[in-house]
Design a protein around this ligand. Structure first.
Ligand code: HEC
Length: 360
C-alpha cells in the first residue's frame, strides 16, 4: 500500500498541468475575484494610493495582477502558510481556496493556452449557468452611491452621541475613524473611512475608501472594505452617471446576495435609460463577470441590447454567454474548452428595475 500510493498519484495530472489549467482563466480570475479580494483585504495597507500604510513595506503593493504575480511566493507564505496576513485575520476558507487557485497560475502557461484536453467536462448545463446568472442579476445594478447610502443609513439608524465618536458631521462627510464602539442599541462599529467629494464638470464625483466592520445585536456582520466611486451629473431623464465598486461591501442582514458578503470589482456607466455594466461579482454560490452588458431603452427596452456574461463553475472554469442582438436576453453559451452548452436566457427585469429612477 505504501508503495502503491505514490505510484497511483503519479498517474493523475501533475501539478504543472493543474497549474496550466488554472491559467486559462487567469485574467478572468484576477478581474472576477482577485482584484476585489486584494482591494478588500490588503488594499488599506498595501496599495500605492492608500492614505496610511500602517507599516506595510513601501513598494509592497497589490494593485495589479503583475504586482501580485511578482510577489506570489511571499503572499503565499504570509497568507496561506503562516497565516500572518492580512493583519487581523478574518479570511474565510473559501477566500483562502480562491487565493491558492489564483496563485497557482504560471506565467508560461498563461501566454500559452496549453493542452486543452486537460479541462474537465463542463459541470454546469445551460440551466445551471442560467440559475447562477439570474441569482446575480436579481440583485440589480450595484450602484456605489446606493451601497454607501445603505451603509450610512445603517450607521445613522443606530448611532448615538458616543458611538461613533470622531466622525465628521454628517457621518462620513470627510473622515471617520471609529476605534471600536458599541451603540446604545447594541451595534458595534469600527474602522477608518475617508470620503472625498469634488466638483467635476457640472456634476460631483465622490470617492469613499473604507476599511471597517460592524456587527448587529444578532451577531451579523457589516463589512465595508475597499473603494467606492461615483459621479453624477444632472437629474431625472437628463442624468448621466458612473459608478465603481472595488472590494467587499455587504451586510449579512441584507436581502439577496448583498447579504452574502459579496466581493466586487464592478464598474458601470450610463444615463436614465441606458447603461453598460462591466466587472465581477462573487459571493457564496456564484461568481459572475459582466462583459460590457448593455441596457438601452432605445434599442431593446426592458431587455439586453448586447454584451455578455461569464459564469464560473465550482472548479474555476468559465462559461461565456454572448447575448443575441434580437432583444431576447438569450444567447449562445460556450464552455472554457470551446464546446457549446446551448442557449441561455436571463431575466433582465431586476437590472431595469434598479436603473429606472436611479438618481446619482
Ligand atoms: C492593516 C494593515 C495590513 C493589511 C490589511 C495587510 N497587511 Fe500585509 N503587511 C502589513 C505590515 C505592517 C507588514 C510588515 C510587517 C510584517 O511583515 O509583518 C506587512 C507585510 C506583508 C508582507 C511581507 C512583505 C515583504 O515584502 O516582506 C506580505 C507578503 C503581506 N504583508 C501580504 C499581505 C496580503 C496578501 C494582505 C491581504 C490578504 C495583507 N498583507 C494585508 C500590514 C497589512
Amino acid at each position: 500500500m505504501l508503495l502503491f500510493l505514490p505510484l497511483s498519484m503519479s498517474c493523475g495530472p501533475g501539478d504543472a498541468e493543474v497549474a496550466a489549467e488554472a491559467c486559462e482563466t487567469q485574467s478572468a480570475g484576477w478581474d472576477g475575484w482577485g482584484r476585489g479580494f486584494f482591494t478588500t483585504w490588503c488594499g488599506a495597507c498595501h496599495s500605492a494610493t492608500t492614505a496610511d500604510r500602517r507599516g506595510a513595506p513601501v513598494g509592497s503593493n497589490f494593485d495589479s495582477w503583475d504586482e501580485v504575480w511578482a510577489q506570489r511566493a511571499r503572499i503565499e507564505e504570509r497568507v496561506l502558510v503562516d497565516e500572518s496576513m492580512p493583519l487581523g485575520g478574518g479570511l474565510s476558507e473559501a477566500d483562502r481556496a480562491e487565493l491558492k487557485a489564483l496563485l497557482a497560475c504560471d506565467d508560461d502557461a498563461a501566454s500559452d493556452p496549453g493542452d486543452e484536453s486537460v479541462i474537465p467536462p463542463a459541470s454546469l448545463d445551460a440551466a445551471g449557468v442560467a440559475a447562477r446568472a439570474d441569482r446575480v442579476v436579481a440583485g440589480g445594478i450595484p450602484f456605489a452611491s446606493a451601497w454607501f447610502d445603505g451603509f450610512v443609513d445603517i450607521l445613522m439608524a443606530h448611532a448615538d452621541p458616543t458611538c461613533p465618536e470622531g466622525a465628521n458631521a454628517p457621518p462620513y462627510a470627510i473622515r471617520a475613524a471609529i476605534e471600536g464602539c458599541v451603540t446604545a442599541d447594541g451595534w458595534m462599529f469600527s474602522g477608518l473611512t475617508l470620503r472625498e467629494t469634488t466638483a467635476e464638470g457640472t456634476g460631483v464625483r465622490e470617492v469613499v475608501v473604507g476599511d471597517g466592520w460592524g456587527r448587529d445585536p444578532e451577531g451579523r456582520s457589516l463589512v465595508f472594505g475597499g473603494e467606492l466611486e461615483w459621479w453624477g451629473d444632472g437629474t431625472g431623464a437628463d442624468a448621466l452617471w458612473e459608478s465603481r465598486i472595488d472590494g467587499t461591501w455587504g451586510y449579512e442582514g441584507a436581502p439577496g446576495w448583498q447579504g452574502e458578503m459579496p466581493s466586487l470589482s464592478f464598474a458601470a456607466a450610463g444615463a436614465a435609460a441606458e447603461a453598460t455594466l462591466d466587472g465581477g461579482i462573487a459571493f457564496v454560490g456564484a461568481v459572475v463577470y459582466f462583459d460590457a452588458l448593455r441596457l438601452d431603452a432605445a434599442v431593446c427596452p426592458g431587455s439586453i441590447a448586447g454584451g455578455g456574461l461569464r459564469v464560473r463553475d465550482d472548479a474555476g472554469y468559465w462559461t461565456t454567454l454572448t447575448f443575441d442582438e434580437d432583444c431576447s436576453a438569450c444567447g449562445a453559451a460556450t464552455f472554457a474548452d470551446g464546446s457549446s452548452i446551448g442557449t441561455v436566457c436571463v431575466d433582465p427585469a431586476p437590472l431595469w428595475a434598479s436603473l429606472v429612477g436611479y438618481d446619482p
